[in-house]
Design a protein around this ligand. Structure first.
Ligand code: ZN
Length: 561
């Protein structure tokens, strides 16, 4: 082992160059287990990396695989760090010869894509103004006018800015004067402030207190094909058409070219929850899939304190404008693969506040809860920059300072990062254990004087069925199941087909029957987890059986008679 690779344990937030270096040293240290690929470049030419973990001596692309990614959203660093943390945990287990993990990685593969949008990720690490995903520029013909966040005091970090004005909607919080609270009717006018990110006005008329349209408004997680539409929420858009962005297209193509991905987790922040199907009332998923995915999510979060929400109806920002073009819904509905989003880190929970409906509260804010949370964070070390007077070129006297949003609310303060990565890892680690796992048993039985019967049994020991979601049966894209036999010249097939399709095999966790896992009404399901194929053969020689078992992968068995 190369001693230069150090497992990532959540001790700090790595920036993108450090992330690349970390991945490269990992691949160098563990060539038998790890492959590092550059799947392409971001808009600004940063490599987008894919880590594959599996037994590299065999055909790791033929095995059922678990997919995890992070960094769709530029500010959600904990997701990126959770991918690195999870990879570290698996590699450490493998390098310590953890028996069950080694066995699992001989039969399965993990694809881990740490950062989907490295441009945005790195920009925010360097103190640029908040952005959702990528550095997609505004359209050339777009006229942008109004306030735009930027660094005005040349400290290379875009902080918060406040200035007194009778039209302002904020006042200084009496309880904690480093915070701003919403202005109330009883507040005197002379206490009113404008409060926003540090920045300047573009093409200002000197009187309009308005924001310019977002410079980088693209939300990659609205740019994927499923239910795509020209989305707009708080100025964020889903791109010009599905997969219009470099990053979403690369991730999409990388995913679809790996035929045996069988479960996926895409990591986001924040809320402290896992989000599961359905995304909308008109979902194509049958109830059995929705219930199975939810049951699995509930099991995945045990011990983390995370909650499980169905996107619809539990995690809806705006009921009249449901999100579209999301990556996890694309994986689930377009490919028939169970996929989840995690929203790592619960800043409210950390501050002792329970949010009943976190997504809705984003749009309909509870000011008291928000202030209570911010007061708590502002009491922690290194979370606040003291307000400093500054002579603004357009506004005159302003103050610049305020809370470090990215390391309190959007992501945990660094001291709490490791604990959050561990929760994200626990969820991924449990979901990877659900992959279908098909075992093949062959038996030769003497049938008559010179005829042998060959029995071939395929049995799935996995939680998931070989077709994964029931919904997958309605799709053309997912791989189907078939068995193909070839024999050497001196063997004659007396009975049995050379090629045959076989049904998908049930998994023990599937709700293929309503009472499948019901402790009171326990019964066996209608669908089988095993199938048997027999041939009658004459002669001596070699037999090759090529099998493909849906998402459970493919393989070859060789037998001599
Ligand atoms: Zn996100």
């Amino acid at each position: 082992m190369n001693m230069k690779w150090i497992p990532y344990r959540g001790e700090s937030y790595l920036d993108y160059p450090a992330t690349i270096e970390w991945c490269q040293s990992l691949a160098k240290a563990y060539p038998d287990w790890v492959k590092l690929e550059e799947i392409g470049m971001s808009r600004h030419g940063r490599p987008i990396l894919l880590i594959t973990i599996g037994n590299m001596k065999g055909d790791y692309l033929s095995r059922p695989a678990f997919w995890t990614d992070g960094g769709t959203h530029a500010s959600e660093w904990t997701g990126v760090m959770t991918v690195l943390y999870s990879v570290s945990k698996w590699i450490e287990g493998l390098s310590h010869n953890d028996k069950s993990l080694c066995e699992w990685f001989h039969r399965h593969t993990v694809f881990a894509l740490p950062c989907i949008s490295p441009d945005g990720f790195q920009a925010l690490q360097q103190g640029e103004p908040f952005m959702r995903s990528t550095l997609r520029p505004p359209k050339e013909e777009e006229v942008r006018r109004g306030f735009e966040p930027c660094d005005v005091d040349d400290d290379n970090v875009v902080r918060w800015m406040r200035w007194k004005h009778p039209s302002g909607s904020f006042v200084i919080d009496e309880e904690n004067p480093s915070l701003m609270r919403p202005r109330r009717l009883d507040d005197p006018t002379e206490k009113a402030y404008f409060f926003c990110q540090e920045g300047k006005f573009l093409q200002w008329d000197g009187i309009s207190w308005t924001s310019a349209s977002l410079k980088y408004g693209c939300d990659l997680n609205r740019n994927f094909p499923v239910f795509w539409k020209p989305y707009n929420m708080i100025g964020l858009d889903g791109g010009d058409y599905p997969l219009s962005e470099f990053e979403s297209r690369l991730v999409f193509d990388t995913f679809v070219s790996r035929a045996y991905i069988a479960a996926a987790v895409t990591n986001h922040t924040y809320t402290g929850c896992i989000l599961t199907a359905p995304h909308r009332p008109e979902t194509p998923l049958p109830d059995s899939d929705i219930l199975m995915m939810e049951a699995l999510a509930k099991e995945a979060v045990v011990g983390t304190g995370y909650r499980v929400f169905r996107f619809y109806p539990d995690f809806v920002y705006d009921p009249k404008n449901l999100i579209t073009g999301a990556w996890d819904e694309t994986i689930t509905c377009l490919f028939g693969i169970p996929a989840y989003s995690t929203e790592l880190w619960d800043p409210y929970g950390f501050c002792g506040i329970h949010q009943t409906n976190p997504a809705r509260e984003f749009i309909v804010p509870n000011f008291e809860n928000i202030l209570q949370m911010m007061r708590k964070f502002s009491s922690l070390p290194n979370t606040m920059t003291a307000w400093k007077p500054f002579d603004h070129p357009q506004l005159g006297n302003v103050e610049i300072g305020g809370i470090d949003y990215l390391r309190t609310i959007r992501n945990p303060p660094v001291n709490f990062l490791a604990a959050e990565c561990q929760k994200g890892f626990q969820i991924c680690d449990r979901i990877r254990k659900t992959l279908p796992d098909v075992y093949i048993k062959t038996k030769l039985i003497k049938f008559s004087e010179n005829i042998m019967k060959l029995e071939c049994i395929f049995e799935n020991y996995g939680y998931l069925a070989t077709n994964l979601l029931q919904h997958a049966e309605t799709l053309r894209y997912p791989p189907k199941s078939s068995v193909k036999m070839s024999v050497s010249d001196n063997i004659k097939i007396v009975e049995g087909m050379l090629e045959q399709s076989v049904p998908s095999l049930d998994g023990w966790g599937m709700l293929s029957s309503i009472f499948k896992r019901h402790p009171t009404y326990a019964m066996l399901p209608q669908k089988s987890n095993a199938t048997k194929i027999t041939w009658l053969l004459q002669g001596n020689g070699s037999i090759t059986i090529q099998w493909k078992m849906g998402r459970a992968g493919k393989g070859i068995e060789k037998i001599n008679i």
